[in-house]
Write a protein that binds this ligand. Structure first.
Ligand code: SF4
Ligand code: SF4
Length: 184
């Protein structure tokens, strides 16, 4: 007797589509990008202490670094908040502007926010950030629709406050095979 393959959840499918789109359409464009996000002139990057310590090559304790920031003697581009650090207004130290590459690509020092930008799954929706010039919402929508197949409709909406954030949500017009099986 054959065992039916488990049907992937929507969130996992969207995460796969985001990863595939990043690999095929975004990352190949990064070295030729005219507005690299790693300059952090537009984006704010959230980091944890181990990443701050590694990227800024700090040798002091976290307490000493925090005290230095509080005294206004730390890197001006780093702001602490709620146990995290927010970096803005100067290029990331790991950004190699000569070739447009990240020096910590694939390493733990690379913040999660870098891998999520500009397309990521969020709460069973796909979010695309148009501040990245490599994002083509129409192509991403087509790829998502093709992955989901017939019976799914992709709806697009822009954030009211931040219109460069476009959300793709999925409306299931017919039950998926796995959903029908669950009801038996
Ligand atoms: S903005 Fe987009 S294309 Fe440019 S460097 Fe960042 S991810 Fe790559
Ligand atoms: S860690 Fe790498 S990908 Fe992230 S901002 Fe710095 S250079 Fe860019």
């Amino acid at each position: 007797m054959s065992v039916p393959k488990p049907v992937k959840g929507l969130a996992a499918t969207l995460a796969d589509v985001a990863a595939a789109y990043q690999a095929a359409a975004v990352i190949p464009h990064c070295t030729a990008c005219s507005r690299p996000c790693c300059r952090l002139d537009v984006l704010v990057l959230e980091m944890e202490w181990p990443q701050i310590r590694t990227l800024w090559q700090l040798t002091e304790t976290r307490a000493a670094f925090d005290a230095r920031l509080a005294a206004g003697k730390g890197p001006v581009e780093i702001r602490p908040w709620n146990g995290l650090y927010y970096v803005h207004s100067k290029p990331c130290p790991a950004f190699d502007a000569s070739c447009g590459r990240c020096r910590v690509y694939g390493q733990p020092a690379k913040p999660a926010g870098c891998s999520d930008f500009p397309v990521y799954e969020d709460g069973a929706e796909l979010v695309a950030d148009l501040r990245c010039e490599a994002v083509d919402v129409a192509a991403l929508t087509a790829q998502l629709a093709q992955t989901l197949g017939e019976g799914a409709r992709v709806l697009q909406s822009a954030d009211r406050e931040f219109p460069f954030l476009v959300t793709l949500s999925v409306k299931q017009t017919t039950a998926r095979r796995g959903d029908r099986q669950k009801r038996r």
